[in-house]
Design a protein around this ligand. Sequence first.
Ligand code: SAH
Ligand code: SF4
Ligand code: F3S
Length: 473
Amino acid sequence: MYNDNPTIPVKEIDESKQGEVLMMETKGSKPKSFYIESYGCQMNFSDSEIVASILSEEGYGPTRNMEESDLILINTCSIREKAEETVRRRLKIFNKVKAKRPETLIGVLGCMAERLKSKFLEEEQLVDMVVGPDAYRDIPNLIASADDGNRSINVLLSREETYADIAPLRLQSNGVSAFISIMRGCDNMCSFCVVPFTRGRERSRDPFTIVSEATDLFDKGFREVTLLGQNVDSYKWENPETKELVNFAQLLEMVALVNPLLRVRFSTSHPKDITDDVLFMIRDYKNICKYIHLPVQSGNSRILDLMNRTYSREWYKSKIDRIYEIVPDCAISSDIITGFCTETEDEHKDTLSIINYSKYSMSYMFFYSERPGTLAARKYEDDIPLEVKKRRLQEVVDLQMDLAHEHNKKDIGKTYEVLIEGDSKKSDQHFKGRNSQNKMVIFPKHKGLGPGDYVQVKVDEVTRATLLGKMIS
Ligand code: SAH
Ligand code: SF4
Ligand code: F3S
């Protein structure tokens, strides 16, 4: 896995998945093929499935072998400097392939394409196409133009585009869990964050297309959907005819009603927007998972204010209290940034103490990386030395690891419903699956069962990352 620190779990980039993006066999003898690598958040992986769908309409079939592909695409992330460095390294490798096979086109998609725009075409590396996150429908035209020897670019952001009518081509699928993008963009202006610049304004997708995508997935055998957005709790859709509004709690219910056997997850929740109504839905529907990703970023009110998160330490703590009050067995996870501009040692300690208070089951942890053009880059000095940022990060990681272990230990003796996802990584004699709280559960296989089945598993052992148990009848 890529990360600033290899011991930290990171959601943005999972190198073990790279190149595996293309699990689907090309049917018939398609004349052209594409190879795609995806980096960044789940939204980016979900977007790659939209791109794959658009390309398949054009007669391009997926391949896992970049050497033989006609089109090499990289869906990029700009969230931290390291993420962009990884992309540049990969582009160098693609360029070697192109040197041997000059007719191959190389395209940069996603957030880094949007951030750097035509700068990509000016660099010495060979890039034929630059396509921003709202311009994927234009890819066929951009390919045609690049085929004619022009370097092509479309980085226009849109206020409407949600790709609602495009059925994603499920790449990398285990056939059990799938992502559904419910909105795009972000209207928050967290001062550290590049996403509002790379993804544009927030817009929500027609809920009926979301329900029909979920229904279709269920009919195909999928048993879990994750509703994706940078800030799902601010989902809001107005019916153009009746003017009725659908909010996120209502959308959750609509998707939960598709089938009681379809698990519903969602990510990410902004603490300022998650409502009691959402918590009541989680409490009332068994198939809405009892798991909330509620990034705190910092535990100190002054830093939260500089970050423009619009909540204070006390306010966040009361949100945590409310979640555990309404859904006592809910698991909560977080994102944390250490060493933000001007953060003192005491303010860092506030972050450690809020992690303790919140009892996160896990967290994604990062040290601050200044991003050009953001509010923080313009207004504040990135004044915490790298060693200090890293040391604080290590303290956060150590604490979170211990907490995760404690959290898991409390599960010993409990029985959970687990949705089987496939074979455990370490042994083909064991299944892996998740419980409602999003914890990975490993248990010995039983005949007649397989991915997509629900089973009851009693936990008898735990590690920091996993629950181990046995099926009960
Ligand atoms: N929309 C989500 C987060 C998207 S980015 C939310 O609001 O929670 C995922 C995480 O990356 C963020 O939660 C934050 O912890 C981290 N991140 C974003 N910008 C960063 C930066 N400049 N430096 C370090 N970490 C950053
Ligand atoms: Fe970035 Fe904040 Fe939007 Fe999340 S809510 S994507 S951290 S600006
Ligand atoms: Fe990265 Fe863009 Fe997602 S910057 S985290 S890929 S929205």
